[in-house]
Ligand binder design. Structure first.
Ligand SMILES: Cc1cc2nc3c(=O)[nH]c(=O)nc-3n(C[C@H](O)[C@H](O)[C@H](O)COP(=O)(O)O)c2cc1C
Length: 169
């Protein structure tokens, strides 16, 4: 079996934690199970071990820009499993800070994503990837901003609000 969707159930809460470079420091049992890797293979590996080729660079750049600014981000993610299948989630990724304000770690809490949202997100991601390849990431970032405006937002600060809205369609 390859390139088939693995179901994420309504009750599943798929959690992982990362150090400041994005290396996996913890994964809960469902995170490990969905990935197809063993816990040993995951811990210490970069989160990009899960990266699916359909995911645009622009989205991860935006994710990291927000995390570095100590902001949480809500994002639709398609992940690749070890055996070449995939699963889709709605992720909330947030920095956890120490009492003195320095970074403790990053946590991603993923839930089943709304298929209706993917009807909108999938074409967007496809378009972003095409723009990245043909015109570069800056143009793709402009397209992302345009998309947020089409969805009723004013600026990229409304990204999370728009993603929340799509998850609730
Ligand atoms: C807490 C946390 C969770 C992440 N989860 C995922 C994930 O599930 N899938 C994924 O492809 N990238 C995830 N990332 C982003 C990766 O670090 C990475 O930016 C992304 O896979 C793109 O790879 P690249 O930066 O090497 O191009 C996560 C990052 C953090 C900080």
């Amino acid at each position: 079996m390859a390139n088939e969707e693995v179901e994420v159930k309504d009750i599943d809460i798929v959690v992982s934690k990362a150090d400041e470079e994005g290396n996996i420091t913890y994964g809960n049992p469902i995170f490990v199970k969905l990935s197809g890797y063993s816990q040993d293979e995951l811990i210490g590996s970069p989160h990009s071990i899960l990266r699916h080729p359909d995911m645009p660079k622009t989205i991860f750049k935006f994710l990291w820009d927000n995390l570095k600014a100590k902001k949480e981000i809500k994002v639709f993610v398609k992940n690749k499993t070890k055996d070449g299948n995939f699963y889709k989630v709605f992720a909330v990724v947030r920095p956890a800070l120490n009492p003195n304000g320095t970074l403790r770690n990053y946590t991603s809490t993923r839930r089943r994503s709304n298929p209706k949202a993917w009807d909108i997100i999938e074409p967007l991601y496809k378009e972003l990837k095409e723009i990245e390849d043909n015109q570069g990431i800056e143009e793709a970032e402009n397209r992302l901003l345009e998309f947020i405006k089409e969805q009723g937002g004013n600026s990229l600060d409304d990204f999370n609000t728009v993603m929340d809205k799509l998850q609730k369609l």
